[in-house]
Design a protein around this ligand. Structure first.
Ligand code: SAH
Length: 500
C-alpha cells in the first residue's frame, strides 16, 4: 500500500509499573498482547517483552550498560516512524506515565505528526515503595501532603527543586525519585532550609522486585548509610515523620531472596517460569534461548490412539504444550473426552493453570519438574502398578521400566531465539547468580546465540543449574560446567499439592 494513504497506527504510552510484571494494569497488558511494536525502557519487567510473540517488533530505548539512554528526540522520531508505518505501538515506560517519564514530550511530538496517542497509567514507584514497606505516604497524624520530586537535573542545574523552601514546610512527606546521585547536595540544602537532622528517612531499592531492599536512616546520616550499604538505583528516598508509621518491618525470608536467575526457556513459558521464581524471592532475568514451533508427530498420535481406551497417566511439563496438545488432539480426530481414563499430572510452571483454562483439573501438580519422573513420586508411595504414560514434555528423564508403555508426544520443534543486543550486553556485564536450564533446547539455543566461547566465559562467572539428567547430558556435550543444585531445585519444586 502507498505509505501516503496508509492509516497511521496509534501509540499507547503505557505505564508498566515499578518492576513486578503483575503491577501493569489490565488495560496495558491487553494492549501489549495486541500491539505490532513495542518500545521499552530499562526498568520495565523484561518478561512483559520477552514473552511477546515473534511478530511484535521490539525497540529498546532505555539506558545501555555504561551509557545514557537514547536521546528524547530520537525516541520521539522512532515512535512517529513506527506509527506512520501503520503499526500500533506500545511505548512501555517504567512506573506511571505521569511521573518523570518524558510523556509530555513524546505525546506532543506524536500529536504534531498527526499520530493518535492514548495514555494508559501505571503504578508509580512511590506506590510500590509504600506497599513494600508498609509505609503510608500520608497519615492523619501529621502527613497531609506529599511532594514528589526528582533528584536529577541538568548539568547546568543539577537539582532544580527548591529544596530549601520545601524543607521549611511541616506536616508532609517528601518522595525523591532518582535521588541517589545528588543526595549529598539535596540533604545539604534540606538541612540549610530548616529540616531537622533527625528527620526519619527511608530508602527503598528495587521495590516490588527480587532486588528489593529497604533501609531506614535519618536526614543527617542518610548519605553515609546509602554509601555504606551500597544502595543502587533504582531507589526512592522518602523523607518525613511518616516513616515512623511503617506497618511491618520486612517480608518473611524467601528461599531465593536476592538471587538473579537467568531464565532460558521459550517466550511462551517465560511468564510462568519467572512467576515461580519471583514467588520465591528471586529476580528472574528472562532471556529466551529458543522458540517453539508446532510440529506433527504422526507416529506418536497413532500410538496414542492404540492406548487411549485403556488410559493411564498423562503428564504435561510446560504451559505452551497444553495449548499445542489440545490443538493436535482435535487435529487427529480426538477431543478432551479421550483423556477421560487418564490421571493428569501438571509438572511445570503454569501448567496447572493452563490445564484449568481448558477445563481439566490436574490430579497431581508440581510447580517445577521433579528431576526424574518416577511413578512412585506421582503416587506418593501409594499404588505404583505399571500403567501407560503419555508424556507431553521435551526430554524428561523417566524410568521406563516402571511403565507399561511410554509415549512421548512431540508437539513442538525448537529453533534458536534472537536476543536483543542489549540483553546480551547486560548479562555479560552483570552475570546472573544462576543460569537455569530446563531442557536440551535451552542449552543448545544458549550456546548458539552466544557462541561457544562467550557462553563459556559467562557460565564460569555464574552457576549453571540444570533441572534433570537429559539437560545435564546436553550441557556436558556443549562443554558447559554445571551443577545439579538439589537444594535450589527443591525450593522450586515444592512438592505435589494434590494427589489422585
Ligand atoms: N515513571 C516512573 C519514574 C521514572 S524515573 C514511575 O512512575 O515510577 C526513574 C526513577 O524512579 C528511579 O531512578 C527511581 O528513583 C524510581 N524507581 C523506579 N522504579 C523503582 C523501584 N522499583 N523501586 C524504587 N524506585 C524506583
Amino acid at each position: 500500500m502507498n505509505s501516503k494513504i496508509r492509516k497511521a497506527g496509534t501509540v499507547y504510552l503505557v505505564g508498566a509499573g515499578p518492576g513486578h510484571p503483575g503491577l501493569i494494569t489490565r488495560m496495558g497488558y491487553d494492549l501489549l498482547q495486541r500491539c505490532d511494536a513495542v518500545a521499552y525502557d530499562a526498568l520495565i519487567p523484561l518478561e512483559l517483552v520477552s514473552s511477546l510473540p515473534e511478530r511484535v517488533e521490539r525497540h529498546y530505548v532505555g539506558r545501555r550498560a555504561g551509557r545514557h539512554s537514547m536521546p528524547q528526540s530520537e525516541k520521539n522520531r522512532l515512535l512517529v516512524d513506527l506509527a506512520l508505518r501503520g503499526l500500533n505501538v506500545v511505548r512501555l515506560k517504567g512506573g506511571d506515565t505521569a511521573f518523570f517519564g518524558g510523556t509530555a514530550e513524546e505525546a506532543e511530538c506524536l500529536a504534531a505528526a498527526g499520530v493518535r496517542v492514548v495514555v494508559v497509567p501505571g503504578v508509580t514507584a512511590a506506590s510500590a515503595v509504600a506497599a513494600a514497606s508498609g509505609l503510608p505516604l500520608t497519615d492523619r497524624r501529621g502527613a497531609s501532603w506529599v511532594f514528589f520530586a526528582t533528584g536529577h537535573g541538568s548539568s547546568a542545574e543539577p537539582t532544580p527543586v527548591p529544596w530549601q523552601e520545601i524543607s521549611g514546610l511541616r506536616g508532609g512527606t517528601i518522595v525523591i525519585y532518582m535521588g541517589l546521585a545528588n543526595l549529598e547536595e539535596i540533604v545539604k540544602q534540606m538541612l540549610a532550609g530548616g529540616c531537622a537532622a533527625g528527620t526519619p528517612c527511608m530508602i527503598v531499592q528495587g521495590a516490588s522486585t527480587g532486588a528489593q531492599r529497604i533501609e531506614t536512616s535519618t536526614l543527617i546520616d542518610i548519605v553515609e548509610d546509602c554509601r555504606r550499604k551500597q544502595l543502587k538505583p533504582p531507589a526512592l528516598v522518602v523523607v518525613g515523620q511518616v516513616v515512623q508509621h511503617r506497618a511491618y518491618a520486612c517480608k518473611p525470608p524467601m528461599p531465593l531472596a536476592g538471587k538473579r536467575i537467568l531464565v532460558t526457556c521459550c517466550p511462551q513459558e517465560t511468564e510462568a517460569v519467572c512467576a515461580v521464581l519471583r514467588d520465591r524471592g528471586a529476580e528472574p532475568l528472562p532471556y529466551p534461548t529458543y522458540l517453539f514451533e508446532e510440529c506433527d508427530d504422526a507416529e506418536g498420535w497413532t500410538r496414542f490412539s492404540s492406548i487411549a481406551s485403556s488410559g493411564g497417566w498423562c503428564a504435561f511439563s510446560s504451559a505452551p504444550e497444553v495449548d499445542a496438545f489440545t490443538r493436535a488432539l482435535m487435529h487427529h480426530g480426538f477431543d478432551l473426552r479421550s483423556l477421560g481414563k487418564f490421571i493428569i499430572a501438571a509438572l511445570g510452571p503454569g501448567v496447572e493453570g493452563e490445564l484449568l483454562r481448558i477445563g481439566i483439573r490436574a490430579d497431581v501438580a508440581f510447580p517445577f519438574l521433579p528431576q526424574k519422573l518416577a511413578l512412585r513420586d506421582l503416587h506418593r508411595g501409594g499404588d505404583s502398578t505399571p500403567a501407560n504414560l503419555i508424556l507431553i514434555s521435551e526430554g524428561m528423564q523417566i524410568d521406563r521400566s516402571e511403565w507399561a508403555e511410554v509415549i512421548e508426544l512431540k508437539l513442538r520443534c525448537a529453533k534458536p531465539a534472537a536476543w536483543e543486543p542489549h540483553w546480551t550486553q547486560e548479562v555479560l556485564d552483570n552475570p546472573p547468580d544462576i543460569i537455569l536450564f530446563r531442557n536440551p533446547a535451552a542449552v543448545a539455543g544458549f550456546v548458539e546465540i552466544l557462541e561457544q566461547e562467550t557462553a563459556y566465559s559467562l557460565v564460569v562467572r555464574s552457576n549453571v543449574v540444570v533441572t534433570d539428567e537429559v539437560t545435564a547430558a546436553s550441557a556436558r556435550r556443549c562443554n558447559l560446567p554445571f551443577v545439579v543444585d538439589t537444594e535450589f531445585l527443591q525450593s522450586l519444586s515444592g512438592g505435589p499439592n494434590c494427589v489422585a
